[in-house]
Design a protein around this ligand. Structure first.
Ligand code: UD1
Ligand code: UDP
Length: 373
């Protein structure tokens, strides 16, 4: 059996890495087609997980627009999928690489397996363009690997046949557990390297398109006020390389002594800083899944989330981007210990570290026990 993995951004690479290794360990001929929709942020992950792509399409351009990116992906994926006789293509999540990878596979009648299928907000503009990317990918795919029972239910509602759906848990938990297990001795050293050992700090990321402009500016104002009032609390913010993000974040926070603004961290370092943080603020998808596994309360800086499991479990709060709301919840987590510990103790609903094995077994037509909690 020959399987192709198409991915191109940092989060897809993190979530595909454990699948790549598990497929190989099970004797499956596996080829990586890295679109490189991201460049530096992708390379960091490939190196950590010891992955050398069979194809690197190098599509990233500075400040790429969605139509340009889509056009480049189509042109560069076409000859590869035409030339290789894949039995399956696997795509992950909801990026433009995911959707276009599935589309070109369809044109060559290669069955597509969609990892992290069935996440929905039911608002096609939020997150944009991800909600549409994952819906379009669902329609094209033959095998669907939702991480949770809820995401399976979303697929059933859209008429996907149950026999093609397998609840696997999220492969991000496989990646996270793998990285921590392999590097236990390095975690504290990394916290020391950033001067954070024994410091109380909030870890933050923010990059989504629908937050560019006013929402992101509002959040920065809230953070600025909080940091000025609480000089002993630090904010560590690895800022996404997208210039649309950097040109808002740096002017707003760079003068504050307790704001540590840095470049995107390599995954092991980011994991180490998550582990040591007091709480996390983010609009990222993957971090909403990892934080509960590490017992870190998370404030989700978005109006909608396709990961309601974390909200229901109580590990995350969906707080939007209004300045007053953001300040209110930052203060609550800092000063209301009961509120904090309730969130920190809630259960991780996203996976048990065996998602990649389940996906591999499905491809091998072996029986699996689904991830149900
Ligand atoms: C993309 C995905 C988004 C995902 C995010 C993860 C789409 C449409 N968006 O958004 O779903 O949540 O990745 O981070 O698929 N850049 C660099 N170096 C890098 C990466 C990005 O310089 O390694 C800059 C470039 O100027 C690039 C810009 O960021 O043009 C935007 O990259 P792009 O992949 O289009 O969008 P993201 O906002 O990263
Ligand atoms: N991450 C990382 N370095 C960072 C910030 C995030 O390795 O500086 C990891 C994070 O742990 C998670 C993934 O990147 O696994 C999330 O990526 P991102 O927020 O870019 O995308 P999303 O999940 O929102 O699609």
């Amino acid at each position: 059996m020959k399987v192709g993995l198409i991915f191109g951004t940092r989060p897809e690479a993190i979530k595909m890495a454990p699948i790549y290794h598990t497929l190989k360990e099970n004797g499956i001929d596996t080829k990586i087609i890295a679109t490189a929709q991201h460049r530096e942020m992708l390379d960091q992950v490939l190196e950590l997980f010891e992955i050398i792509p069979d194809y690197d399409l190098n599509v990233m351009t500075h400040r790429q627009t969605l139509p340009e990116l889509t056009k480049n992906l189509i042109g560069k994926l076409d000859p590869i999928l035409k030339g290789e006789n894949f039995d399956y293509i696997l795509v992950q999540g909801d990026t433009t690489s995911t959707f276009v990878g599935a589309l070109i596979s369809f044109y060559y009648k290669i069955p597509v397996g969609h990892i992290e299928a069935g996440l929905r907000t039911d608002n096609i503009y939020n997150p944009f363009p991800e909600e549409m990317n994952r819906r379009l990918t669902t329609v094209i795919s033959s095998l669907h690997f939702p991480p949770t029972k809820k995401s399976k239910e979303n697929l059933l509602k859209e008429g996907i046949s149950e026999e093609n759906i397998y609840i696997t848990g999220n492969t991000v938990i496989d990646a996270l557990l793998w990285v921590i297990e392999k590097n236990k001795d390095k975690i504290e050293k990394i916290q020391e390297k950033y001067g954070l050992k024994n410091k109380k700090y909030i870890l933050m990321t923010m990059h989504r398109r629908e937050n560019w402009g006013t929402p992101m500016k509002n959040v920065m104002q809230a953070i600025k006020e909080f940091l000025i009032k609480n000089p002993d609390i630090f904010l560590v913010f690895p800022v996404h390389l997208n210039p649309a993000v950097r040109e808002i974040v740096f002017p707003a926070l760079e003068e504050l002594k307790n704001a540590i603004l840095i470049d995107p961290l390599e995954y092991l370092e980011f994991t180490a800083l998550m582990t040591g943080s007091y709480f996390i603020m983010t609009d990222s998808g993957g971090i909403q899944e990892e934080a509960p596994a590490l017992g870190k309360p998370t404030l989700v800086l978005r109006e909608t989330t396709e990961r309601p499991e974390a909200i229901e479990a109580g590990t995350a709060k969906l707080i939007g981007t209004k300045k007053e709301n953001v300040l209110e919840y930052m203060n609550k987590l800092t000063f209301d210990l009961e509120f904090y510990s309730k969130m920190a103790k809630a259960k991780n609903p996203f996976g048990d570290g065996k998602a990649s094995l389940r996906i591999t077994k499905v491809l091998l037509k072996e029986k699996i026990e689904e991830f149900i909690i």
